[in-house]
Design a protein around this ligand. Structure first.
Ligand code: C5P
Length: 417
């Protein structure tokens, strides 16, 4: 299957209108979910003649919205929120009727009301009888919608359910999926041609074959960063310690366990334009890992572990002979965030530090949210609390802007070789 990493965590509002092709919307939901998107569905009255809310809801794993006049639907969600909480609205299949309503600005059911009340991007996948498709009214409606920026996928030519042959078949679900991905792809990918290395997750330092020293890093933030870089067109090498996160296709993944393996994988990825060290590398490792499982003997003293420091990957990359043009580190601080992040910038020799303040009761590990300040040699920028996905997207966009020379070039005092 084609790889669409930019669909991870995208919120799709799928409007299924009435047409024999509505059954294909079920496959589309499955493909979207497989790509990491969340799908919320609105089923028109016509749509529910062809597929049931039960099957749609089973696939979206969410409530299916059908009725503008349902007090429970409105109390539960409200048609304005339905559109506000979506990144893209997809109408598939889009009948001649719903296209006409959209063009005319009618709002007499939930689907048309959501479409009229929305300022979100809209993609339509028309499906209808060939004569309806070729009718000047439909052609005029399609032209009106295109002039308003509504995107379109299909229809395709072929045999119709009504026995006729011609234009009007719904595009295949895989084609609709590709069009949805394209709707999220900026026309000009700013990081195309750039190589980016992202380290992520914890490392595990073995004590014996079954035990290790590690930390609570989930790898969520590193994965969000790598996905964001990849979405902007960068060739992204994702060096990750053990993580339970599902890694979307599109990244060049190198799985490692120890800090030394992570360092070796990073060296193997060089040269790169940008390195983002988001991994929570375990600071110490046992000097020697026991070749066999250490046995507990009743009455015997516990073994003592002799530890040594693991290699500092961020400092190594920052000071190495093949230093990436931009090196970004992370810092988790419990106090004096700015002072400590600045000190780290200099100590490690990197260019930027993304600093998290780990306040009490607001653990960053495993959470989907992050609270960060971007610290550069020239100053610091506090970002609003956002999901790790948004932090990743903002970081990738900031790097793209920096590399494009859009921002005035900064003195890179931290670039000690
Ligand atoms: O020294 P500290 O662990 O606080 O620094 C955090 C930053 O350094 C992170 O970007 C982390 O990925 C990186 N780091 C590293 N190798 C280590 C320790 C930390 O790359 N051994």
């Amino acid at each position: 299957m084609a790889a669409f990493p930019n669909l991870v965590e995208k919120r799709i509002l799928l409007i299924i209108s009435g047409g024999i092709a509505a059954y294909k919307a079920l496959e589309l939901i499955r493909l979207l979910k497989q790509s990491g998107a969340t799908v919320r569905a609105v089923l028109t009255k016509g749509g529910s003649e062809f597929v049931t809310a039960l099957s749609v809801g089973a696939l979206t794993e969410d409530k299916v919205y059908t009725d503008l006049w349902s007090l429970t639907d409105e109390a539960d969600m409200g048609h304005i929120r339905l559109s506000r909480e979506a990144d893209l609205i997809v109408v598939a299949p889009a009948t001649a009727d719903i296209l006409a309503k959209m063009a005319a600005g009618l709002a007499d059911d939930l689907a048309s009301t959501v479409l009229l009340a929305s300022d979100k991007s809209i993609l339509v996948a028309p499906a209808m009888n060939v004569r309806m498709w070729e009718h000047p009214a439909t052609a005029a409606n399609i032209a009106t919608l295109a002039s308003r920026g509504v995107k379109q996928v299909g229809p395709a030519p072929g045999a119709m359910a009504c026995g006729e042959f011609g234009m009007g078949r719904l595009a295949e679900p895989t084609e609709i999926l590709a069009a949805i991905s394209a709707a999220f792809t900026p026309a000009n990918l700013p990081l195309r041609g750039r190589r980016v290395l992202v380290t992520s997750g914890p490392t595990q330092e073995p004590i014996d074959p079954v035990r290790f020293i590690s930390n609570r890093s989930s790898g969520k933030q590193g994965l969000a960063i790598a996905t964001a870089f990849s979405s902007l067109g960068a060739e992204t090498i994702f060096v990750t310690g053990p993580t339970a996160e599902a890694i979307p296709p599109g990244l060049s993944v190198v799985r490692v366990e120890t800090a030394q393996e992570m360092l070796d994988a990073c060296h193997g990825a060089l040269p790169v334009d940008v390195a983002v060290c988001a991994a929570a590398v375990t600071d110490w490792r046992p000097i020697e890992a026991a070749p066999r499982k250490l046995k507990k003997q009743a009455g015997e003293a516990a073994p003592s572990l002799r530890l040594t420091q693991t290699p500092d990957i961020l400092a190594d990359l920052s000071r190495g002979p093949r230093r990436p043009g931009l090196v970004i580190g992370f810092a988790l601080e419990t106090e004096d965030l700015l002072a400590n992040a600045r000190a780290k910038l200099i100590a490690k020799g990197c260019d930027w530090i993304v600093a998290n303040e780990a306040t009490q009761g607001d653990s960053v590990f495993g959470s989907v949210y992050n609270n960060v300040t971007l610290v550069k040699a020239t100053g610091a920028e506090r970002w609003p609390k956002a999901s790790k996905r948004e932090v990743g997207e903002r970081l990738a966009a900031t790097v793209a802007e920096y590399l494009s020379g859009f921002l005035p070039s900064e003195p890179r005092t931290a670039m000690v070789r």
